[in-house]
Design a binder for this molecule. Structure first.
Ligand SMILES: CC(C)(COP(=O)(O)OP(=O)(O)OC[C@H]1O[C@@H](n2cnc3c(N)ncnc32)[C@H](O)[C@@H]1OP(=O)(O)O)[C@@H](O)C(=O)NCCC(=O)NCCS
Length: 164
């Protein structure tokens, strides 16, 4: 493992590079407008190798109406440049996001992903999409890659945080 990278919270000046990184991974990531990245910049972490941005990850809070303590936090927009993969960058980004989530005591983290081995290595376990349809609805309804979320190969995975 090459430890030649740093993780930090994103800054407004990172928004265009985050946009470009997400855009490079169209096959795996929901695309986001630059305005949405700027509005949610406080929910992004970035990885840098020197001055170069080599990875990013973010989260969004999905409310459970009537039971705020059961809100799920969805991990989104996780990408590492192909030349920097398998060096621990992705894992460090997710740990940074989970550290932030821990501050507001979320009960579980959810991810919809084409990289189940990666999230499995971090303790996430696969669940049926039917268990979280009400929560993933807002994402799946805008999907331009797959017509049906139940035949889409993306996996739903959760990590219990046990911090209620
Ligand atoms: C998924 C992704 C973020 C992983 O980033 P990364 O920096 O390479 O991941 P790490 O080096 O931290 O890997 C940690 C562990 O995850 C597992 N893992 C990571 N990538 C894997 C892969 N392609 N196949 C199998 N296991 C994998 C391994 O157990 C790895 O540990 P190891 O290298 O010691 O064996 C990166 O491959 C990526 O950007 N993919 C394209 C976008 C994407 O699919 N994003 C996820 C959508 S939510």
């Amino acid at each position: 493992m090459n430890a030649n990278f740093t993780i930090r919270p994103a800054r407004l000046k990172d928004a265009e590079k985050i946009y470009a990184l997400i855009h490079r991974h169209k096959e795996a990531l929901n695309q986001r407008p630059i305005s949405g990245i700027v509005q949610n910049i406080d929910r992004f972490f970035v990885a840098e190798n020197g001055a170069r941005m080599v990875g990013c990850a973010a989260y969004e809070i999905l409310p459970e109406f009537g039971a705020p303590i059961h809100a799920t936090v969805e991990i989104q927009s996780v990408a590492v440049l192909s030349s920097m993969r398998r060096k621990g960058v992705g894992k460090a980004l997710i740990k940074a996001v989970l550290g932030r989530i821990a501050q507001f005591r979320a009960a579980e983290a959810l991810v919809l992903t084409f990289a189940p081995e990666f999230f499995g290595s971090l303790g996430f376990r696969e669940i049926a999409k039917t268990e979280v349809m009400h929560k993933i609805y807002t994402g799946c309804i805008n999907c331009t890659r797959h017509a049906d979320p139940f035949t889409c190969p993306e996996k739903a995975m959760v990590l219990q945080l046990g911090q209620e």
